[in-house]
Design a binder for this molecule. Structure first.
Ligand code: 6CS
Length: 297
C-alpha cells in the first residue's frame, strides 16, 4: 500500500541537500539518513534497491495540479499520484518527496539526491538528452497570467517578441523560460521569479506584464487570488508533455516502469487520477516520449 507522504517525508531538496545529507523519514516512521550523493549509485539495480529499502526518493515541486504539498505535509498532485500508483504495481511500498526548484531537478537526480523526478518536468530535447523519461502521463498547455482585462493584450509569444517593453515573469530553468529563449526573446524582457506565488506578486507589483506558466497552474493560483486573469492557451507555445524522469543508468527501472505504466493506463484508475487533478487523460493517448522529446529547447 503506498502511504501518502507525511510531512516528515517532504524535504526541501535544495536546502537539506546543501547540508550535505538528506534526512528522510519513510511513512512507516523509521528514520534513515541518506548522505547526499549516496543513493542508487551508477549501476545499482534501482528496482531491487527501492523494493529492499521500501521507498523511492522523488524530486518534486509544489505547483498544483502537477504537484501539491498539503498542509499536513503529504505530497500529491497528478504526477506523484501516478508515480505512486505505478510504484505500487512494482512492489515499491513508499515514495519520499523532496521539494526542489525545477532547475535543480535534473542536477539533483544526476547527483543521486533523488532517484526520480515526478513534477511535470516537461519533455524537450535538452532534458531528454540528460535523463530517461517514462512514457508521458500528461499533455497540457501554457498560458499567460495577466492583469485583469489584459491591458497590454499579451496572448502569444510573438506578441512578447514584438514589443521590447513587455516584461514576462518565468521560473528559472523552467520550460517557459526555454520557450522565450528559443523564440529569441531578450533576457532583458524576462523577469525571474522563484515560484507561482512570486510570479503573481510580480504582476501585482507591476514588475512584470505577464506570468508565463502552465494553464492549469495559473488557474489553480487564480482560485485563491482574484487579482489577475488567465489567458487561453498560448497558441505559439509547444504542447507540454511530462512523465517520470530517471537517470540514464536506470534503463532496467525505466523498462519495468513503462510496462506497469502502460498497464495502469488501461485501468480506470489512470483516468481517475488525471481527472481528479483537472487533466484530460485522452490528451496523452497515442503520444510518445520520443515525440515530445523532439520539442525544441
Ligand atoms: O517543466 C517545467 O519546467 C515547467 N513545468 C511545470 C509543471 N511548471 C512550470 C515549469 O517551468
Amino acid at each position: 500500500m503506498i502511504a501518502n507522504l507525511t510531512r516528515r517525508n517532504v524535504l526541501q531538496g535544495a536546502g537539506v541537500a546543501a547540508l550535505g545529507a538528506v534526512v528522510a523519514v519513510v511513512a512507516t516512521g523509521c528514520t534513515t539518513v541518506t548522505p547526499a550523493g549516496q543513493g542508487a549509485a551508477e549501476g545499482t539495480d534501482l528496482l531491487a534497491l527501492a523494493k529492499k529499502q521500501g521507498y523511492l526518493r522523488v524530486g518534486i515541486a509544489n505547483e498544483p495540479p502537477y504537484t501539491q504539498v498539503n498542509s499536513d505535509g503529504t505530497v500529491t498532485g497528478c504526477e506523484p499520484d501516478v508515480l505512486k500508483a505505478v510504484c505500487k504495481r512494482l512492489g515499491i511500498d513508499d515514495v519520499q518527496g523532496i521539494i526542489t526548484p525545477y532547475e535543480s531537478m535534473i542536477p539533483g537526480l544526476q547527483a543521486n539526491r533523488w532517484d526520480a523526478v515526478a513534477a511535470g518536468l516537461f519533455m524537450k530535447q535538452s532534458r531528454c538528452a540528460e535523463v530517461l523519461y517514462s512514457e508521458p502521463v500528461i499533455v497540457s498547455t501554457e498560458s499567460f497570467g495577466v492583469p485583469i482585462g489584459n491591458p497590454k493584450k499579451i496572448l502569444t509569444v510573438a506578441d512578447v517578441l514584438a514589443d521590447s517593453s513587455l516584461r514576462i515573469a518565468v521560473l528559472p530553468g523552467g520550460f517557459e523560460e526555454g520557450i522565450l529563449n528559443t523564440a529569441k526573446v531578450p533576457a532583458a524582457q524576462q523577469v525571474t521569479v522563484k515560484d507561482g506565488r512570486s510570479g503573481i506578486e510580480a504582476l501585482a507589483a507591476d514588475r512584470a506584464d505577464a506570468f508565463f506558466l502552465p494553464t492549469l497552474s495559473l488557474r489553480a493560483l487564480s482560485e485563491t487570488d482574484k487579482g489577475f486573469e488567465v489567458t487561453d492557451q498560448v497558441p505559439d507555445a509547444p504542447r507540454t508533455g511530462s512523465g517520470a524522469a530517471f537517470r540514464t543508468t536506470d534503463t532496467a527501472f525505466l523498462k519495468a516502469y513503462n510496462v506497469e505504466l502502460a498497464a495502469l493506463k488501461l485501468t480506470p484508475e489512470f483516468a481517475e487520477i488525471l481527472d481528479n487533478w483537472g487533466f484530460d487523460a485522452a490528451a496523452v493517448e497515442g503520444v510518445t516520449a520520443d515525440e515530445l522529446c523532439q520539442t525544441a529547447g
